[in-house]
Design a protein around this ligand. Structure first.
Ligand code: NAD
Length: 488
């Protein structure tokens, strides 16, 4: 049940599509229901865009592009900075909204507001520092000028697991670069994006520069936008399966694409690691966001001499976690996003146990309303178990022992993904070897959370294309022009 504060907050969240600076209903009046995964109750109904609405949003982005592209960078930067400030003012509301629609504990939702907000600040600074190059060509026969230009109208598709940060990580660099955008949040968690669009509106983003389409028809609405020849860029965060499909659609218009896809992160603990730190890191890397993060540690590879002790200590910590609605004090494990996620988590655990893993704690859905699965530890997970190959996306810590460094590297790289890897060792030489040997876009060395607005976030192999954040992030939304001028 939502309380009075929640009811008031939900009533203030816009329920329309945001197109060309106006909030409006879907053309056919269609709506979608947003549920609280901790209770299963519908908390709000909002507009569900048709294909025509999606195209109207692109029309608005196309129309707004020429003026926004030449708006002085300092002005674009100041709008982003105002959005950052407004987000700080409304951080409690945005955090609570995320907890209601997505389920993460409130303290983590506040953490996401802090993390997500940093992209606004970082890219407001980056906008004002964009530069080109000028210089003589090597032959001395001319001058080369290299300039950067916004790619054009962009389509940004975000997932449900980080409703704010995945939006700011795309919208902030796009706007900083001078692009206009159509944003399509996940239909499971659209409210945070709508509340954030209101912040952008209040911060002075001109009409049409940011447009939001919420829809329960993601496939057709997205495809119409992606196949429209006026679109110049697609940025997607979500599953590899959907990413592949969208890349096929994007091939038609030879779109610039950024793909932040799935992960299967190894968390490697060597026998020379500081075990206290490794256990702390494991808890963060595994149970943050109820395990529903692309960066979540999926496979705990532990050196055999410390494997038992590591399993004992994490099991003790996991037994002390508190499961419940994320708004309740002390709750560390919220609900999974839906029934499907509970079923899938259960299937992976059951398969691992059937193949010989030891179940140390948890191992079952939690009775009652909401979609909860108990925090779980499995040790001695056997090769061939599905849990080692697939993204778990649930609160399950699976331990596999290894005997030496070569085996650790082989197991860590034995995945089609390559988003992030975590390594715990006190040996500098070993740490350096692991940096060189692991096939991964990001690495946490003696640390369990790597995300930072100043860092290039992204993966190798099936984990995606491109980088978000850092100096690299804005270049995803810029295209290069080289001009040769005759010798003066
Ligand atoms: P998903 O692929 O099901 O959905 C992502 C988004 O795509 C949502 O907005 C959804 O509505 C939309 N979508 C679904 N089908 C579509 C279609 N046919 N056409 C267009 N859009 C479509 O993923 P999810 O379940 O929302 O998110 C979880 C996945 O996202 C995991 O695989 C996770 O690893 C990944 N993820 C990756 C990162 C990263 O930065 N690499 C970050 C967060 C999540």
């Amino acid at each position: 049940m939502t309380d009075t504060r929640e009811t008031e907050l939900l009533a203030h969240v816009p329920d329309g599509l945001f197109i060309g600076g106006r909030w409006r209903a879907a053309q056919d009046g269609d709506e979608l229901a947003v549920e609280d995964p901790a209770t299963g109750e519908v908390v709000k109904r909002i507009a569900s865009a048709t294909v025509a609405d999606g195209v109207a949003a692109l029309d608005a982005a196309v129309e707004a592009f020429p003026a926004w592209a030449v708006t002085p960078a300092r002005e674009r930067a100041e709008i982003l900075r105002r959005a950052f400030d407004l987000l700080q003012e409304r951080k409690e509301d945005i955090a609570l909204l995320m907890t209601i629609e997505m389920g993460k504990p409130l303290t983590e939702a506040r953490g996401e507001v802090a993390y997500g907000g940093e992209f606004l600040r970082w890219f407001s600074e980056a906008a004002a520092h964009l530069q080109g190059r000028y210089g003589p060509n090597p032959e001395g026969t001319g001058r080369m000028i290299v300039t950067q230009h916004p790619v054009g109208p962009c389509f940004l598709i975000t997932p449900w697991n980080f409703p704010l940060a995945m939006a700011t990580r795309k919208i902030a660099p796009a706007l900083a670069a001078g692009c206009t955008v159509v944003v399509k949040p996940a239909s499971l968690t659209p409210l945070t994006t709508l509340a954030f669009a209101r912040i952008l509106e209040d911060a002075g983003v001109p009409p049409g520069v940011v447009n939001v389409v919420t829809t329960s028809s993601s496939g057709p609405v997205s495809e119409a936008i992606i196949r429209d020849p006026r679109l110049r860029k697609l940025s997607f965060t979500g599953s590899t399966q959907v990413g592949r499909l969208l890349l096929e659609q994007a091939a038609h218009g030879v779109l610039r694409t950024s793909m932040e896809l799935g992960g299967n992160a190894p968390f490697v603990v060597f026998d020379d690691a500081d075990l206290d730190r490794a256990v702390d890191g494991a808890m963060a890397a595994k149970f943050r966001n109820i395990g529903q993060a692309c960066t979540a540690a999926n496979r705990f590879l532990v050196h055999r001499p410390v494997a038992d002790e590591f399993a004992r200590r994490v099991t003790e910590r996991v037994r002390a976690l508190r499961t419940g609605r994320g708004t309740l004090d002390g709750v560390t494990i919220g609900p999974l996003i839906d029934d499907r996620a509970v079923r899938k988590t259960g299937e992976l655990v059951d398969d691992a146990v059937r193949r010989g893993a030891t179940l140390r704690t948890g191992g079952a859905p939690v009775d009652g309303p909401g979609t909860f699965y108990a925090a779980t530890v499995l040790s001695d997970v056997r090769p061939g178990s599905a849990i080692l190959a697939e993204e778990i996306f649930g609160p399950v810590l699976a331990i596999v022992p290894f005997d030496d460094e070569d085996e650790a590297v082989r197991l860590a790289n034995d995945t089609e993904y390559g988003l992030v890897s975590y390594v715990y060792t006190q040996s500098l030489a070993r740490g350096q070897r692991m940096i060189e040997r692991l096939e991964t876009g990001m690495m946490g060395l003696n640390v369990g959370v790597v995300s930072n607005a100043a860092a290039p976030f992204g993966g190798w192999k099936l984990s995606g294309l491109g980088r978000e954040g850092g100096a690299e992030g804005i270049h995803e939304y810029l295209q290069t022009k080289y001009t040769l001028t005759a010798d003066p």
